[in-house]
Design a protein around this ligand. Structure first.
Ligand code: ADP
Length: 161
């Protein structure tokens, strides 16, 4: 029984994240979406809000649960047992950082592997930061974020009224 761990900030969740989670859930028996809380980062949504939004969106997904952690990913994975980290790769720009993180995670936990799924072509350019930027100016992001959490995201991020 292999379990996938999909880590990220999800600040906020986008359809790009959901695409990766859905695809991981088709490959693995169980999938844990791990909302990471890094004390050096500032977020637009609290950990509880990010977890709650992901739970609403993934409620009907087979074998998917949402958890959060403020610890090192390699340690969290070691406690979970037989797990594989699943990450989405967009353009070449993601590659260097993801490569470095995958190697460091394996250095810290020698049985921990990272599997990359290529981003779907519709979401190659999509990131939480792009959503923040467009929403701040009141732009339409309805085709880029899940409908269940659309209003919560848009209301929080709109700053130029
Ligand atoms: P972001 O890079 O948008 O701030 P996160 O740190 O929350 O996102 O990313 C969590 C995971 O989701 C990472 O593996 C990231 O590569 C992946 N991801 C984010 N956006 C997309 C996307 N549009 N398509 C595929 N994977 C994505």
């Amino acid at each position: 029984m292999k379990t996938a761990i999909c880590p990220g900030s999800f600040d906020p969740v986008t359809l790009g994240h959901i695409d990766i989670i859905e695809r991981a859930a088709r490959i693995f028996d169980n999938t844990i979406v791990m909302v990471m809380q890094n004390s050096r980062k500032t977020y637009n949504f609290t950990t509880e809000e990010r977890v709650s939004m992901l739970r609403r969106v993934t409620a009907g997904f087979r074998g998917v649960v949402v958890e959060s952690s403020d610890r090192l990913l390699a340690e969290v994975c070691a406690e979970k047992g037989e797990v594989v980290v699943v990450k989405g790769l967009r353009a070449v720009s993601d590659f260097e950082l993801e490569f470095q993180m995958a190697l460091m995670n394996r250095k810290l936990n020698r049985t921990l592997d990272t599997v990359f799924l290529t981003a779907s072509e519709n979401f190659q350019y999509l990131s939480s930061s792009v959503i923040k930027e467009v929403c701040s100016y009141g732009g339409d992001v309805s085709s880029l974020i899940p409908p269940e959490v659309h209003d919560e995201i848009v209301n929080r991020l709109r700053i130029h009224k």
